[in-house]
Design a protein. Structure first.
Ligand code: APR
Length: 269
């Protein structure tokens, strides 16, 4: 199910980071500390995380046995076509996920990444729409595929609201009177944060890939922005096909145990 590479619409070119604009706020970007203050001398550790990162918090991944895409038709609940055809089905799907998220807690892996900010300039680029990295205390989190706890206007994409509780229902409107939709990047939609993500990966001294099957582009393609020769660690209990034949140091463990091993490795080095 869903093993082919699914594509969100890739954006070409890379632009430099500027002050926070409306749409950067819309992109859910926590402004990285650009070379100032305590981070300047720290190695830049960039993390690309996926659904496996939150598995130990009880949230399902998409493509594992019994994963979300076995239960739901991805085109029905995660595409504009699905939204147009049956918005109530889409709203129900994300309401269910939001209810689960409100009961979930950051796991050991999330906590280790937050703690590693003591020794590294940690930048997290996540495909996850949950807020468990932030809940664990990570200070620089870029969401590529949106945020579950936010809603967006269907009339003006710059109008983004925090969702109180787990319900986003039909009839909930933005200040301009348009229906609100989940602030999620659906298949076939652009990934506004991809340039910032590419810049972050291109500046990495160490790249850590954790809990993603690297099946979905352009996120999976970010690995190609890593500078040649930097160490790339891949943490996953299962085998993951790495694009572009890039060599990685595999830690074939779950996120919690794998990140504990990596932290020990990097801080004892
Ligand atoms: N720790 C680490 N990794 C794990 C764990 C765990 N405890 N459990 C499972 N995994 C791994 C799986 O082996 C798999 O490689 O997590 C990966 C999850 O892969 P996917 O389900 O494909 O999720 P992801 O790569 O994040 O999907 C990318 O696809 O459906 C879209 O928008 C959605 O952001 C998502 C994107």
């Amino acid at each position: 199910m869903c093993s082919q590479n699914l594509i969100f619409t890739p954006l070409s070119g890379v632009d430099s980071l500027g002050p926070l604009q409306g749409d950067e706020k819309a992109r859910g970007f926590v402004k990285p500390n650009k070379g100032g203050g305590k981070n300047r001398d720290m190695q830049k550790l960039v993390v690309l995380s996926g659904a496996g990162m939150s598995r130990e918090s009880g949230l399902k991944t998409f493509r594992e046995m019994g994963g979300l895409w076995e239960e739901y038709d991805v085109q029905e609940v995660a595409s504009m076509e699905g939204w147009i055809k049956d918005p109530l089905l889409v709203l129900r799907f994300y309401n269910e996920r939001r209810k689960q998220l409100l009961e979930a807690k950051p796991n050991r892996g999330h906590e280790i990444l937050a703690a590693m900010e003591k020794d590294f300039d940690v930048k997290i680029v996540t495909q996850n729409v949950d807020n468990l990295h932030e809940k664990a205390g990570s200070s620089s989190v870029l969401h590529l595929h949106g945020e579950l706890m936010k809603a967006r206007s269907t009339g003006d994409p710059n109008l983004i609201y925090d969702i109180e509780g787990w319900e986003l229902n039909e009839g909930m409107l933005c200040e301009k009177g348009f229906q609100l939709r989940p602030h999620i990047v659906w298949f076939g939609e652009a990934v506004p944060a991809i340039e910032e993500a590419a810049v972050l990966v291109s500046e990495a001294d160490i790249l850590v890939i954790v809990g993603t099957s690297l099946n979905v582009y352009p996120a999976a393609g970010l690995i190609a922005y890593a500078q040649q020769g930097i160490p790339i660690y891949l943490i996953d209990p299962n085998e993951v096909r790495v694009p572009y034949g890039l060599s990685v140091k595999e830690i074939r463990k779950e996120a919690g145990a794998g990140l504990a091993e990596l932290q020990k490795l990097l801080t004892s080095a």
